[in-house]
Write a protein that binds this ligand. Sequence first.
Ligand code: TYD
Length: 153
Amino acid sequence: MSLDHCHLVTLPRVNDARGNLTFIEGGNHVGFDIARVYYLYDVPGGAERGGHAHKELEQLFVAMSGSFDVVLDDGNIRQRFSLNRSYVGLYVPRMVWREIDNFSSGSVCMVLASMPYDEADYHRDYDAFRRAARAEAEPEPAGASVVSLDRAA
Ligand code: TYD
């Protein structure tokens, strides 16, 4: 999956003198059904989270409080996103390596996820992830499709 598929999502905001309200609907503001919500908090200064990719999971990251950076890597290109608004989400599709750092004091990172937790869905080794990502991105060799056509005939 290329970094082109990663994007910031501006979520709806109901502004009110009593305080603002933002909502997120699965299948609408995020393109997947929300199967799980988790959040990172009490992150000590200088700590780094993430350091993995997911084989199938899609996610939306939101800085509910404070700020942090998400570094995304598709096996080819790396890009740093700074999140610091409760109404902006970062959509991360499957097969994108992420590292999360630069947490401000008291920050809360909420993550909406398309699947329940499954350790088997993780790539935790960067080199193995990179090989798998590049293999997916490579076009099928010309000879391979000829073979399958022959078999189908
Ligand atoms: P991990 O996904 O590696 O955290 P991060 O990417 O934020 O650094 O998960 C850390 C630990 O928490 C790991 O032992 C698995 C566990 N965990 C769950 O049990 N359920 C969950 O939904 C998540 C995200 C993690």
